[in-house]
Design a protein around this ligand. Sequence first.
Ligand SMILES: [Zn+2]
Length: 274
Amino acid sequence: MYEIVDEYKHSESSDKKNKIFKSLCSAIWTSDNKRRTYIKTIKFVIRKDLLNTEIGQIFNVWSEVEYMGYKAMSKETDWCSLIRQKINNLYTRYFDKDVILNKDYLYLLNTPRRLYYQWLDGVEMDPNELTRIIDDSIDNSIRLKTQYQKQKMELSWNNYKKMIEEFLQKILNNCKLIEDYEDKTRLNSIYDFMNEDNFYVSYFCKSLEGEMLKWQKKYYDIRDHKKYKRCITCGKLFEMKTFNQKRCIICQKKYNRINKTEKQKKYRVEKLKS
Ligand SMILES: [Zn+2]
C-alpha cells in the first residue's frame, strides 16, 4: 500500500497516475475476500428428560431460530483484503436489506433461548403465558426488521462499485505521504506503533466510512451543516425544522390527515350518541 501511494504521489503525468489508480481498483475487486452472507441459527437443545413436558414441547418448536448474517472480518491481513473487507461491510450495512443485525432485533429473536435457560434455572412458567411471550417477541422482531429494512438505501452492487471507485480516487488524491506528517509530534507517537501499510489501510478505511456518510446525506437531500434525524415512519433521513420533529414532511402530512379523520369520526359518533 505504501508503495502504491508513494508512486502515485510522485508520478508527474496523469496517465501514470491513472494507471496506478486502475491497478489499485482491480486489486481490490479481484481480491478473494468477497462479500458473503449466510444463514445463522440461534440454537439450543432441550434436555431429554424435559422434552416430553408441555413447556419442553413449546421450547422445542423454537430451538432453532434463523437469521441472515455476513462475513464481517477478514482472515487475511494484507492491505487489499482489509480494504475490501471495509468495502464489503459498508455495502452490507447501508444497502443489504436481508442482513439486519441490530441488537434489539437479535435480542427479540433470542427470546426463546433466553427463557429456556431461565426455565432450567428454576423460573416457573405457565404454558399459555410462555406461548404468548414468545409469539409476541417473534411478531415484534418481524416488525422491527421491516423498520430497519426501510432505513437501508437502494443501490446495486455494480453501481456501488462505481461509487466506491470515485471515493477511492478522491481519497488517494487527498492522502498525504507519511513523511509529510513526520514533523508533527502527535502523529509521530501513533506512527511508532504502526507500519506504513497499516497507516494507509486505516486512513483509507476511515475515509471510506466518512465518504459513505456524506453520500448518505446527499441521497436523502440533507444539506451541509443542517441537523437531521431518521423518520420514525418511513426510515428516511430528513432535515429537522423543529426540535422534536419525529417524521419527515411527507409522513407528517399523512399522519395529520389520518389523525384528523379519526378525530372527525369520533366527533360524529359522539354527536350521534347525544
Ligand atoms: Zn417519513
